[in-house]
Design a protein around this ligand. Structure first.
Ligand code: MG
Length: 342
């Protein structure tokens, strides 16, 4: 098996702000995994708060020796080997995992969603995220979300109500809210949640600091709106810790080190009675199609990555009526834009 890689700077259409960060571009590492005439593609998206970058990704890839594996089908063994190489590095591990699943799908002539028993007919609508901005800019961005049936809004600074009122002046679509740990007082948070419910907010992500377990659990117990843990839930072993603290979890492949563990997290969450939102980072079509393959197994999807970027190196995925349309093509169903693929 031959693994090659290429750094890529994914430019965003607008500067993207959440409660604690702003960025205009996101570094990616694009992978190509070749085996007996087949090629699988993978992608790492390295947003700053998960502490990976092209240098750490390259260092990890240089340590990775796939020559010890004779074929790509022993995926559990390969992923265990990657986890043994170094703790963390989940972004680049996810890229390798995605490339393997794309490759296996192509060899077996099955779409990735079939590898996971996921039914495209059950695809949930996907939300479109608006980063924190002035109310005027958020109104402008909301107009760009016309194809989406749900808008997700980043809150957690000091103008939450102003932002919601601005959005509500231009659209009636249901809203998801992501606070990214931005709220600090539990009673004020609960008061705000009751108000947000009146504004048509259907779920709220990570309202308070991920380490404030009692605060988040208290909010979940008292909230009339679904509360989702995101920053608090990274990998499989975190799922059980979310039980009793949140109504549900946000699974992202870049946190979960890829599709294999992301799928296990979804199943474990369901066993525990937790709801599941599948989300993404700033991503091209590659990692987003990998998440979309699992999205029919989830309650909600927040997979807008390719639609927030200016220079997606792949064609945008199929999208209609607010949902991803998964093709019958083998693997991820990824299509290149001429000249930009590896
Ligand atoms: Mg979030």
């Amino acid at each position: 098996m031959k693994l090659t890689y290429q750094p890529f700077q994914l430019e965003l259409k607008h500067p993207f702000s959440i409660a604690k960060f702003t960025r205009t571009a996101t570094p990616l590492m694009l992978l190509k995994l070749e085996y007996e005439g087949f090629a699988g593609y993978g992608e790492a998206s390295m947003v700053p708060y998960y502490h990976e970058n092209p240098e750490t990704a390259e260092a990890f890839l240089q340590k990775t020796d796939l020559s010890r594996f004779h074929y790509p089908f022993n995926i559990t063994e390969i992923l265990a080997y990657l986890d043994d190489l170094a703790p963390g590095n989940t972004n680049i591990k996810a890229a390798i995992d995605i490339a393997f699943h794309d490759l296996i799908g192509k060899i077996e002539q099955k779409p990735c969603y079939q590898l996971f028993g996921s039914d495209p007919e059950k695809m949930p609508v996907s939300s479109f995220t608006l980063g924190i901005d002035s109310p005027e800019m958020m109104i402008k961005k909301a107009a760009e979300a016309a194809d989406f049936k749900v808008i997700k809004i980043k809150l957690g600074k000091n103008n939450d109500e102003e932002i919601i009122r601005a959005i509500r002046s231009v659209t009636d679509v249901p809203l998801y809210v992501d606070v990214n740990q931005g709220w600090t007082d539990r009673q004020q948070s609960l008061d705000k949640i009751f108000w947000l419910q009146e504004q048509g907010v259907q779920l709220i992500e990570q309202p308070m600091d991920k380490n404030d377990i009692d605060g988040n659990a208290w909010l979940t117990e008292n909230s009339p709106v679904v509360i989702i843990g995101d920053e608090a839930v990274q990998r499989f072993e975190d799922v059980k810790k979310a039980h009793g603290v949140y109504h549900g979890i946000n699974v992202k492949l870049m946190k979960a080190a890829g599709m294999y563990e992301g799928h296990r997290m979804i199943l474990r969450a369901k066993e525990l009675g937790l709801k599941v939102l599948i989300g993404c980072m700033s991503e091209s079509s590659c990692a987003t199609l990998a998440a979309a393959a699992l999205a029919p197994l989830c309650d909600w999807a927040d997979l807008d990555g390719p639609f927030l970027t200016k220079n997606n190196p792949y064609q945008n995925p199929g999208f209609a009526n607010g949902k991803y349309v998964l093709k019958e093509a083998s693997g991820l169903g990824l299509r290149s834009v001429d000249g930009l693929l590896l």
